[in-house]
Design a protein around this ligand. Structure first.
Ligand SMILES: NC(=O)C1=CN([C@@H]2O[C@H](COP(=O)(O)OP(=O)(O)OC[C@H]3O[C@@H](n4cnc5c(N)ncnc54)[C@H](O)[C@@H]3O)[C@@H](O)[C@H]2O)C=CC1
Ligand SMILES: CC(C)c1ccc(C(=O)O)c(O)c1O
Length: 247
């Protein structure tokens, strides 16, 4: 049985990806930070559809907790699936912040850094010994790395860093057959940063070749594909999943 870990799996893109991955027959360990009840509902939906999932708590900004998280993953793999390795890791957890460069505080900068770059770096390092030959790592980045969007500078800068880190993961882990790719969504209808209002959504749709904003499923299907053997020759890439946003 192949099993993957996805962070921030209790809602939005992470929850949708967990369901799509489980539909493809993989076991899913989804993490939550603040909402165990939301994570339990995702697990329930997966199991109702015939899949298997377990929710574990993880604060991606707390590197000091990663060792204990790895131990929980080891125990969960053994007890739930009777396996010892992971076939994939999705670094998905994140949050948005709108604040112009001129007024970003050090605390805001550090908070975004921990969740979007430092956390994925050290979580991947911590889980590396558990990743099987041919495992796949997927890092969630953002179209704001390509399209400068006033108000999200630190967020976009750390997502850009994560895209570079993705290529280094591919370089350094390739000897073990482990692939690493980034998925870079445009604006997706989730609760990130408080969600979209009608006016903002209409503007984004008008700037998108396919004429609408994205849905979590649009991104989830690509994440699931990158975890599957269908993508076994895709490596070290950033795939923008944005319907043709500002092209
Ligand atoms: N929604 C959008 O327009 C876009 C989203 N993204 C990225 O996609 C990923 C998923 O975002 P969405 O599903 O849209 O947002 P969301 O807000 O619906 O879900 C994000 C999840 O991450 C979790 N999370 C936040 N901070 C955490 C922490 N410190 N530790 C553990 N979990 C934490 C939240 O609890 C939540 O479950 C994020 O990395 C985001 O930056 C990228 C481009 C566009
Ligand atoms: C520029 C558009 C509106 C936008 C906004 C936010 C994100 C993000 O949170 O990552 C995007 O990727 C966007 O394309």
């Amino acid at each position: 049985m192949s099993v993957i870990v996805i962070t921030g799996g209790s809602r939005g893109i992470g929850a949708s990806a967990a369901e799509h991955i489980a539909q493809r027959g993989l076991g899913v360990i989804l993490t939550y930070n603040a909402h165990p009840e939301a994570a339990a509902k995702v697990v329930e939906r997966i199991e109702k559809a015939g899949g298997k999932a377990v929710a574990l708590k993880l604060d991606v900004s707390d590197v000091g907790s990663f060792e204990a998280f790895r131990q929980s993953v080891v125990e969960t793999l053994h007890e739930t699936w009777a396996v010892t390795t992971l076939s994939g890791l999705v670094n998905n957890a994140g949050y948005g912040l709108f604040n112009p460069l001129a007024t970003v505080s050090e605390a805001q900068f550090d908070g975004l850094f921990k969740v979007h770059l430092k956390g994925p770096f050290f979580l991947t390092q911590t889980l590396l010994p558990l990743l099987a030959e041919n495992a796949s790592i997927v890092n969630l980045t953002s179209a704001t790395t390509r399209v400068a969007t006033a108000g999200v500078a630190p967020y976009a800068a750390f997502k850009g860093g994560l895209e570079v880190l993705t290529r280094y993961m591919a370089k350094e882990f390739g000897g073990r057959g482990i692939r690493a790719n980034a998925v870079s969504p445009g604006a997706i209808r989730t609760e990130l940063g408080g969600g979209l209002n009608d006016e903002f959504e209409a503007m984004l749709a008008a700037q998108t070749a396919l004429g609408r904003v994205g849905e979590p499923d649009d991104v989830a299907r690509v994440i699931a594909m990158l975890l599957s053997q269908d993508s076994e020759w895709i490596n070290a890439q950033t795939l923008e999943v944005a319907g043709g946003y500002i092209i």
